[in-house]
Design a protein around this ligand. Structure first.
Ligand SMILES: CC(C)(COP(=O)(O)OP(=O)(O)OC[C@H]1O[C@@H](n2cnc3c(N)ncnc32)[C@H](O)[C@@H]1OP(=O)(O)O)[C@@H](O)C(=O)NCCC(=O)NCCS
Length: 157
């Protein structure tokens, strides 16, 4: 059976996820993003992975405590050992027919590692649909933009 490049989690935002403003804490959202994308990347790699980069997290809208949260993670590009995962976080009230609203978007890059923590090869993701090809181009564009950002940041690292 072909490997699935996507993974979706759904759960309720709990009162323990609250921030000082009464909404879901940004740190909780980042933890969920890390967990879902880790599961997606590990499943694709068929083994343990570590995060090498998290970029461009944009919090579009707050999530209310008690909301149904849906997190979709998908592999959109693979290098030799790296997997670029696009993550979308959505939420909606539990009761009612309204659709999910996107609250957060980011790209997170994982590297598959061996037992000594060294990078190892991952299965290649080959996009086939128009949308998958577009997403791979998006990942490649961001990768190039990141080179400039890393150059700017280098003196401060
Ligand atoms: C991730 C890690 C294993 C990479 O090791 P490394 O010796 O730097 O490896 P390389 O330079 O060969 O890079 C490995 C891959 O990471 C990618 N990578 C490195 N820096 C990157 C960055 N800033 N953004 C995106 N990808 C990056 C490389 O492009 C390469 O991908 P490819 O094999 O698909 O071409 C190592 O840096 C590490 O262990 N980091 C700590 C990870 C960690 O603790 N994460 C948090 C908890 S999970």
């Amino acid at each position: 059976m072909a490997k699935d490049n996507k993974l979706t989690f759904q759960f309720l935002a709990e009162p323990t996820d609250i921030n000082f403003g009464g909404k879901v804490h940004g740190g909780a959202v980042m933890k969920w993003i890390d967990q879902v994308s880790f599961a997606c990347a590990s499943n694709w790699a068929g083994g343990y992975c570590v995060t090498v980069y998290v970029g461009g997290i944009r919090f579009h809208k707050p999530i209310q405590i008690g909301d149904l949260v849906k997190i979709e993670a998908k592999v959109i590009y693979t290098g030799k050992s790296s997997m670029h995962i696009m993550v979308d976080v959505m939420s909606k009230t539990v009761v009612g027919d309204q659709p999910f609203t996107k609250t957060t978007h980011c790209i997170i890059v994982f590297v598959s590692v061996d037992k000594d923590g060294a990078p190892q090869a991952v299965p290649e993701w080959i996009p086939t649909t128009e949308n998958e090809i577009k997403l791979q181009e998006y990942a490649l564009k961001l990768m190039n933009l990141r080179k400039d950002i890393e150059e700017e940041m280098a003196p401060f690292k």
